[in-house]
Design a protein around this ligand. Structure first.
Ligand SMILES: *[C@@H]1O[C@H](CO)[C@@H](O)[C@H](O)[C@H]1NC(C)=O
Ligand SMILES: *[C@@H]1O[C@H](CO)[C@@H](O)[C@H](O)[C@H]1NC(C)=O
Ligand SMILES: *[C@@H]1O[C@H](CO)[C@@H](O)[C@H](O)[C@H]1NC(C)=O
Ligand SMILES: *[C@@H]1O[C@H](CO)[C@@H](O)[C@H](O)[C@H]1NC(C)=O
Length: 520
């Protein structure tokens, strides 16, 4: 018997003996539960919107969406007749109809359920969406009685997120993902209360975002003729995400990882034969004003679609040696008396100008912080990925930070522990407590992201690689710091995985068992 099997047995014992709480993921900040079961009548069930928020188009649509999720199995009519006590109404009271979605939007909500009444309260429509998700997780189907029930009533839940930035990074450059796969991922994110879709849109291998002014960039950097996101696709993804309360933060990486920019416009990238055996090594050529003119045009177009204040400028793994291997760049540096570090700073000065002209805030990978230049870091948020020991220093120096260290889905041993089975790596994600690395200036730490780099992920494997492991990060970022009991989480996460499968997403199971996916 290995640790994994011991854990399962432990969890099942715990769940059999003590499980009084519904299997909600992520776990609410605070909740009280009773012991009574009430029946939910799917034939008459309705959600009534109250308050100013009831006029929101997004909220009205999402109420219909959740009505479609609540009752996945067809119920035999006779089974719901002659009920003594049942719930057929959720009253959802939403104070504001403001649909603006930005970092820090109020996602709090409360739910109370008594014998025949269910009510939920939220200040914003995005809090209301989180309430709908939790409510949907409270309704369960009993396969013996063929009835929908809510167990453990009376229920009161007071819930709000621990951190405002809770994201997943999806890489659409190493493999193309169709719009449908991205939309499915976005819905799956909302089921675990993620709120940020970090779209790592382009990279060395491909440039699948269509740029109106320079179509040759995209058409020369595709795996296949129609493997790109049209203007309409980009807008569709952004609007779809908003309906789930998910911000889209687009990343166009630079100055490194930029080879694909040069496939159609070779003048934009450095030429360095010594480094070309790894395509990830090719940076842009920052010595030409034209490079920044094109980058400005690209970001200006993208910003006309993006709704979020934040854009992601990348900045990781810049192979500056490539610049010295390009004779023209080398000459320019000599003429201007610049080192490679200074050329990198020169790049950031220009990018920050583009950002400031667009009125945006930028996010950069931690390598940009490592340049230790306050001028280029002004108004930038730092995303930590390869060295979490840096994070205290980052916030102490006054920068906002998010974390992805230890949350890389493409690493099989992401943390210090070793687990026996692949899906088991969720435990490493779950056990990574950011505050263990931050003791002062915690208010500058805003959350983090699970990262799905897709060298080995295409749309056949996307859902299975993401779920349920990424959801472990969702609970770490939403629930309280002391929500850290792995055996309690195991049972709930397996239920969450089952829920994803019931909702059409190919999540992987955590342990041997069985999951109803329809009438059977
Ligand atoms: C939820 O209940 C708490 C405690 O009564 C209250 O402070 C908070 O304002 C409520 N939140 C909402 C969104 O109604
Ligand atoms: C389903 O209902 C039966 C009969 O009331 C009950 O014994 C059983 O515990 C219920 N199952 C679940 C999973 O709640
Ligand atoms: C930071 O970068 C700017 C812009 O290149 C440069 O002028 C300044 O000297 C750099 N500061 C330090 C401390 O290197
Ligand atoms: C994903 O990759 C696998 C392995 O190469 C392949 O069998 C599968 O057809 C690919 N799926 C898609 C949708 O490209």
């Amino acid at each position: 018997m290995n640790f994994f099997h011991l854990l399962i047995i432990l969890s099942l014992l715990l769940s059999l003996n003590f499980s009084q709480a519904p299997l909600i993921w992520p776990k609410p900040q605070s909740a009280t539960y009773g012991t009574k079961e009430v029946i939910v009548d799917p034939t008459t069930f309705a959600i009534h919107l109250q308050g100013a928020g009831s006029t929101s188009q997004i909220l009205q649509e999402q109420v219909q969406y959740y009505l479609g999720l609540l009752f996945p199995f067809t119920v035999v009519k006779s089974k719901v007749d002659n009920l003594d006590s049942s719930i057929n109404l959720l009253v959802l009271n939403v104070k504001s109809d403001n649909e603006d979605l930005q970092l820090g939007v109020d996602e709090s909500y409360n739910i109370s359920i008594y014998s025949s009444a269910a009510t939920a309260d939220a200040n914003t429509i995005y809090g209301a969406l989180r309430a709908l998700e939790t409510f949907s997780q409270l309704v369960s189907y009993n396969y013996t009685t063929e009835q929908y029930t809510i167990e453990n009533t009376p229920i009161t839940i007071i819930d709000y997120p621990r951190f405002p930035w809770r994201g997943i990074l999806i890489d659409t450059a190493r493999h193309f993902l169709p719009v449908s796969a991205i939309k499915e991922t976005i819905a799956g994110m909302a089921y675990s209360k993620f709120n940020t879709f970090h779209w790592h849109g382009v990279d060395a291998q491909s440039f699948p975002l269509y740029i109106t002014k320079y179509p040759q960039i995209t058409t020369n950097a595709l795996f296949y003729k129609n493997y790109f996101y049209s203007t309409q696709d980009i807008q569709e993804i952004i609007n779809y995400a908003k309906k789930f309360g998910i911000r889209v933060v687009l990343e166009l990486d630079g100055p490194g990882h930029s080879a694909s920019l040069g496939f159609g416009m070779p003048e934009l990238t450095a030429k360095c034969p010594k480094y070309e055996s790894n395509i990830n090594n090719i940076p842009v050529d920052p010595t030409k004003d034209f490079t920044f003119e094109v980058l400005n045009d690209i970001w200006t177009e993208m910003s006309s679609y993006l709704l979020d204040q934040h854009i992601h400028f990348g900045g990781d793994e810049v192979v500056t040696g490539c610049w010295l291997d390009d004779p023209d760049i080398k000459q320019w540096m000599a003429d201007h008396g610049m080192s490679t570090t200074q050329l990198e700073e020169y790049y950031w000065v220009h990018m920050n100008q583009i950002r400031d002209n667009l009125g945006k805030k930028s996010v950069v990978w931690q390598e940009v912080y490592n340049l230790q230049n306050s001028t280029i870091l002004k108004n930038a948020m730092v995303q930590v990925w390869n060295d979490i020991s840096n994070i205290q220093d980052i916030v102490n120096n006054g920068y906002e930070a998010i974390n992805s260290y230890g949350w890389y889905l493409d690493k099989q041993i992401p943390g210090t522990q070793t687990h026996y089975e692949w899906i088991d790596t969720w435990i490493d994600f779950y056990n990574l407590e950011p505050y263990n690395y931050i003791s002062t200036n915690r208010d500058k730490f805003l959350g983090g992201e699970a990262c799905s780099w897709s060298e080995q992920v295409n749309w056949s494997s996307l859902a299975n690689r993401l779920w349920p492991r990424a959801a472990a990060v969702a609970e770490r970022l939403w629930s309280s710091k002391d929500t850290n009991d792995v055996s309690d989480a195991t049972v709930r996460l397996n239920q969450q995985s089952c829920r994803l499968v019931q909702r059409g997403i190919n999540s992987a199971p955590l342990y041997p068992g069985f999951c109803f996916v329809g009438n059977q």
